[in-house]
Write a protein that binds this ligand. Structure first.
Ligand SMILES: C[S@@+](CC[C@H](N)C(=O)[O-])C[C@H]1O[C@@H](n2cnc3c(N)ncnc32)[C@H](O)[C@@H]1O
Length: 208
C-alpha cells in the first residue's frame, strides 16, 4: 500500500503546489477541456461555481461576456486574475472543506480533481450543490481512484454520473443525494505524471 497523506499534508505537498501547472485558462480553454461553451450555458442571473479555479481568468472573461451572471471561484492559492470584475467572487479555501451558501446552475472543475485527495467525497458533495436542472462537468480519470475492487465507473453510473472514458470527463445533470459505498483512506502524492503529463494525486478507498 502506498504511503497515504491526509488533507493538510497533501495541500502542502510539492505536487499540489506545482508551479508548472496551467492555472490561466480562459473561456476557450475551458470549452476545449470540458466540451461545454460556458458563456453559452450561463444566462444573466445564473450561478456558476468553478472549483480549483486557478487564476480565474475564464471567470473574469465570462463576467464580461455575460453581464448579470454570478460566479464563484474557489482555489487553495490566491493567484487570481485582476482587477476584480462585478459578479465574480474568489474564495481562497480547500474544496475539501469549503461549503457553498446555495445552489448553482453550473459547476465546473478544470484539471483540479487530479490534485484533490478525497475525489469521490467532492463528487458526492457537488451533486448536492446543483440546482434541479444544473450541470456539473469536470476532468477526471477514474484510474486515479483505487478501491481495491476493479472499475469505479459502474458505481459512479449507478449514482447518476456520466463518465466519458475517452475524454476523461465526468458530468452530472440535476441535484442528487449521492452516497457511494466507499470510505476514503488517504491520498498518494507519489503517483507520478497523469495523462496531462503533470504529476497528480491518487486517491485510495475501501468498500463499505
Ligand atoms: C491545473 S490548475 C487548473 C486551474 C484552472 N482550473 C485552469 O484550468 O486554469 C489546478 C488548480 O487546482 C488548485 N487546487 C489543488 N488542490 C486544491 C484544493 N484542495 N482546493 C482548492 N484548489 C485546489 C491548484 O491551486 C490549482 O490552481
Amino acid at each position: 500500500m502506498a504511503r497515504l497523506l491526509g488533507d493538510r499534508e497533501l495541500e502542502s505537498s510539492s505536487v499540489v503546489a506545482n508551479r508548472d501547472m496551467n492555472r490561466e485558462r480562459g473561456l476557450a480553454g475551458y470549452g476545449r477541456e470540458l466540451g461545454v461553451d460556458v458563456a453559452g450555458v450561463v444566462r444573466p442571473g445564473a450561478r456558476w461555481l468553478d472549483l480549483c479555479c486557478g487564476s480565474g481568468a475564464a471567470l473574469v472573461e465570462c463576467a464580461r461576456v455575460v453581464p448579470g451572471v454570478s460566479i464563484t471561484g474557489v482555489d487553495l492559492v490566491d493567484f487570481y486574475a485582476g482587477p476584480a470584475v462585478g459578479g465574480v467572487e474568489f474564495v481562497t479555501a480547500s474544496v475539501g472543506e469549503w461549503e457553498p451558501d446555495g445552489a448553482f446552475d453550473l459547476i465546473t472543475c478544470v484539471h483540479g480533481l487530479h490534485y484533490v485527495g478525497d475525489k469521490l467525497g467532492l463528487l458526492t458533495r457537488v451533486a448536492s450543490w446543483l440546482t434541479g436542472g444544473g450541470l456539473f462537468v469536470a476532468n477526471f480519470d477514474w484510474r486515479t481512484v483505487h478501491t481495491g475492487h476493479g472499475r469505479l465507473t459502474g458505481v459512479l453510473r449507478e449514482a447518476g454520473f456520466v463518465y466519458d472514458a475517452r475524454r476523461r470527463r465526468i458530468s452530472l445533470t440535476g441535484r442528487r443525494d449521492v452516497s457511494l459505498p466507499l470510505r476514503y483512506l488517504g491520498a498518494d502524492d507519489r503517483a507520478g505524471p497523469n495523462y496531462t503529463g503533470q504529476p497528480g494525486v491518487d486517491s485510495h478507498y475501501v468498500r463499505v
